[in-house]
Write a protein that binds this ligand. Sequence first.
Ligand code: F6P
Length: 341
Amino acid sequence: MRIGILTGGGDAPGLNAVIRAAVLKGEKDADTEFVGFIDGWEGVFNENFTPLFRNDVRGIGRLGGTILGTSRTNPIKDFGGPDRIATVFERNRIDAIMVIGGEGTLAGGHELAKLGFPVIGVPKTIDNDISGTDYTFGFDTAVQIATDAMDRLRTTGESHRRCMVAEVMGRHAGWIALHSGIAAGAHAILIPERKTSIEQIGEWVLSATNRGRSALVVVSEGFGLDTMNDPFSIKGLDSVGRPRLGGIGEMLAPLIEAHTGIETRGTTLGHIQRGGTPTANDRVLATRYGMAALDLAKQGKWDHMVALRGTEMCVVPLEEAVGQLKSVPDHRYDEAAVLFG
Ligand code: F6P
């Protein structure tokens, strides 16, 4: 069996560990070989791929990024679409394609599988917002990086008696903010799932300050302010409480300062959260995903992805994984909110 493997969408620490594990396990079977497509679906359209043998993946499990490169090329809409993919697969004897990606990439894979393509999915995102799996690799690393950064913000914040705002990734879901905020002992955690007013944020900041603490606020990039009571009081917001220009962290810092009188600084962590070496947990999860994905391909379980439920690997139809992102449930936010302020 000749399996193509590609990485699509934004990178996440652990991608290389998936590739390595699949190739190593595949080499144990005399009849399995891998080729890696370069830059996601773009590599398929351009027939740009490289053979992947044991030597090609040596030592990559601990490397961040993806040795194959990635892109947001869409397999249905871009270039020649499914017809071109079918030609490339036939000409190069590709029996299955292992697609490692986030919701967008998996949705593209699902569309292709509906057309009869032999697609296996591996869920990936630092945001941890893919439905059907408890965790995606990359998340643990991003949370660790954000936590380390906030520990650093605490010492400078305390020295200057300032409130510090850290903006973390999470366009649609607040998992990184929730977990890093709990770990760093943040006084407020602001996530896209829960609109919060500037008055409430100010109360948490003042309550921490009044106890002699320098407040730490963590905010997901996708958070929107609750302006229900006074929609016109804050300039520069759109109809869902998001800044028209710039990032939310950048916008919140002066707003908190104006509401509390406490000097406030904002820091956006950005792509630092996606870079560098994966944590041990992410390496383990990614390795298990890579091996489980090979098993799916060998069983011909197309249109499915591997997933983690509790501590066990399982199999989820791609249809269940795409279409709806996994949000932070209310009870998880409320549990953390007990410690705010
Ligand atoms: O989906 C993962 C993610 O890291 C989001 O949290 C973030 O909004 C986005 O990717 C950034 O994407 P890009 O690298 O294309 O700017």
